[in-house]
Design a protein around this ligand. Sequence first.
Ligand SMILES: C[S@@+](CC[C@H](N)C(=O)[O-])C[C@H]1O[C@@H](n2cnc3c(N)ncnc32)[C@H](O)[C@@H]1O
Length: 197
Amino acid sequence: MTSAREIVIVDEEEFEREIIIVEEEEEFLKDKTYYFHQTPEELCIELIKLVPLVEGDRVLEPFSGEGNFYRNFPDFVKKDWTEIAQGRDYTSYDKEIDWVITNCPFRLENNTLKKRENAFWKILNYYSDRAKKGMAYLVNDKCFGTLTVRRLRELNKKEWYIQSISCCSIKKWRGRYFWIIFEKKPCTFYKYIDGNF
Ligand SMILES: C[S@@+](CC[C@H](N)C(=O)[O-])C[C@H]1O[C@@H](n2cnc3c(N)ncnc32)[C@H](O)[C@@H]1O
């Protein structure tokens, strides 16, 4: 992907060129797939109700898309967003975060291996070091399956535990989806068994 930030403006002609590149970037990102994967707003409203937010919580939607989650965060929280199609990569956000609430991209670019890879664990692991109170992710069965025993153990070591899993349907996508809420307090229902059998 071409990044407009890589262009150095040296004269009028270069300036024109930068504008064209920005437009191309947006066109490339905001294709049919982008719009297709925006979580239905009515579902976002229901999912947010399940998150135990309190007054003053700093809430980040790091992959905000068209803002269907972001727009519906309650008025009593301090909210913020990042979205690559609007020039804000999630890794560029450096403010304090209490909660991360999102439906994240299924795949992300791996710059070292030069390929797109399954993103859920990468993102979850990243925010497990950044968020102070909780994380809520809408995921499909494939992403849910990447939560291996080893990874759950890693999260537990950092005091992160699944607090609830709610199932919902988005039939135009893969059917069943899971709203997983992690908090920094022990889990009473979701366990794992060590070893490989
Ligand atoms: C599955 S869509 C979900 C959008 C929104 N969270 C929702 O639930 O409606 C994932 C979004 O992540 C954005 N995205 C992909 N890579 C990103 C990155 N590196 N930083 C920020 N946003 C990114 C995509 O442009 C897309 O809008």
